[in-house]
Write a protein of this length. Sequence first.
Length: 720
Amino acid sequence: MKAGASEVVFLLQIILLLSVGRLMGELMQRIGQPAVMGQLLAGLLLGPSVLGALWPDLQHALFPANGEQKSMIGAVSQLGILMLLLLTGMETDLSLVRKVGRAAFSVSATGIAVPFACGFALGELLPEAMLPRPELRLITSLFLGTALSISSVKIVAMVVREMRFMRRNLGQIIVASAIIDDTIGWTIIAVIFGLSLHGGVDLATLAQSVLGTVLFLVLSFTLGRRLVFNLIRWVNDTFVSDVPVITTILVVMGLMALATHLIGVHTVLGAFVAGILTGQSPILTRHIDEQLRGLITALFMPVFFGLAGLGADLTVLADPGLLLLTIGLVLIASLGKFGGAFVGGWLGGLTRQEALALGCAMNARGSTEVIVATIGLSMGALSQNLYTMIVAMAVVTTMVMPPTLRWALGRLPLREEERARLEREVFEAGAFAPNLERILVTVDGSAKSGFAVRLAGLLAVLRGMPMTVLGIGVRDPARSARAPGPNGAETAAKAAGGPVRAFEAGVKQAVPAEAKVLTRVSVAPAEAAVTNEARKGYGLLVVGADRFVDPEGGFHDDVARVASGFQGPLAVAIARGVHADDPLGAELRILIPVTGTEVSRRGAEVGLALARAANASVTALHVAGAAARTARHRFGETRRGDGDILRHVVGLAAWYGVPLRTAMRIDLAAEDAILRQARLGGHNLIVMGVTRRPGETLLFGSVATAILESSERSLLFVAS
């Protein structure tokens, strides 16, 4: 076949697998089945099972059997295996495994042991005609045992999430057990692959594979974890080209896959572990995660599973012997997995109803089983007939699992402890501060700007977030002579070896020692510097500066230029009073004005988070009365009952674990009431949630402007 013709066939294959896989996946989802089953069925429709039986000439023309053509699409499929394992690893939540502990490990232990023993026994009893290499029956038996014992995290999680059981106790045990199954399963497969490469099992080969795998896992989850985190962060913060983090993740995946290959086990283990480390990276923003997930889901999944279906020829099941053997395989796999998981759940302290649901859930093989079967076929552990039987078993068990699990979960009552926890989690899901991923702080090198670094550092440490401090204009000796330090002494800059080093030293002083902080200096104009840095993904910009108020009123142009470069949530930190003299050491006594609006809630959350991190006193103030009602009407804010507003912020404080005092002022203008309460209550920091008004100037409304121009206390405006 000519090169041009082979490329045309290759493109036709990709188009067919993508389009038919998408249509069948859509159909499967509409009837309550996972989309991946539609992609597998698409391969069965396009392969010898359906199209080959109805129109063999067309099927052979579209998917010719010559080596050159198969290698082209096969290369995409092989890369797809690694990409799918990367995605599986990224979806693996090890913290969930640690959380549910005993029950998950109990379920996984018996849920793997029982079906593994059944599969191994089946392999030992198979006739030699069913084996690809009769002399390596042990390898085939081990592989069958693994194939029958592994579950599909993706399918299990899909149904549990759809049933809104993901955060229920049993839902967490189900998903955690599937994660453990996957992790153990891929490790076993990697070891079996190493044994097959040596043509048999002996102590030296087994020791090499097992010890090599253990060493790889230990190094990956210690040194490797830190290395991957730092590498992803460095690339994200340094490179200016498009999607550099995705390139880095793919390179890490490739290197770790090569590492497992070098120690003599399968590359899937390296890709899976790379996915786990990548998914735990604190710098992996939702945007980057969605981009990578979209690439894998849209291209590699339909191609891989489509080819897996193409490789299975269900027409062989017309043979009564093979059909009976396949039915037996399905029964052995289902009863073994269900029985093992049920016993494990019972031993783990679950009720009979919960153990029943657990057994139903763990019986889904789905995508995982197909990957296992494909690896087994490629390494010679499975014959073509065994491969077809396993694919059929994967389809049957996966399509049976969703309705049976829905039935079992629907019978479980909600416990009071679960109800309280779910309410807390729903509360957190709608909150602002807990969902921040990363903070950007801009400073001008002045001593007062160190106050913004301090506040951002408290927020970052409380939530375990990384933060970046961007110095704008710190190379200017006139501005940076007073670097952000305890007293901002001019000698600090000289002793540190210049403005930039003084800036870096000041930042270290301003944040807690455990803070994950990166310092950067930009010589670009303020707006451009912030815009360029913001592309790296930040959930909040905190602005610190020396000058905030314009001589003609309102915010200074320097602050407005910084704010204009950032489109997300914004916090403006203004050091006054004791914080102007000692921005890093003076205690915080916080006042939070609340109005019952969403922007007010954001300000309250930030204020309460600061209070918890700094162990500071905090008071919530609500201004009621005619003047306040007029202001609320003027700015379009929704009025609640005054008592409800304060009760809501008390609930917020309880969630943050912060003692809260409340106060109410009546028939005073809002700005007058806030300033008076700050003076009488001895507060030195006012934290306000405000709305950013459209326009070239930075404006938060008349109340915020009045407080900006009149307050002698420090201010933190939190703007949506």
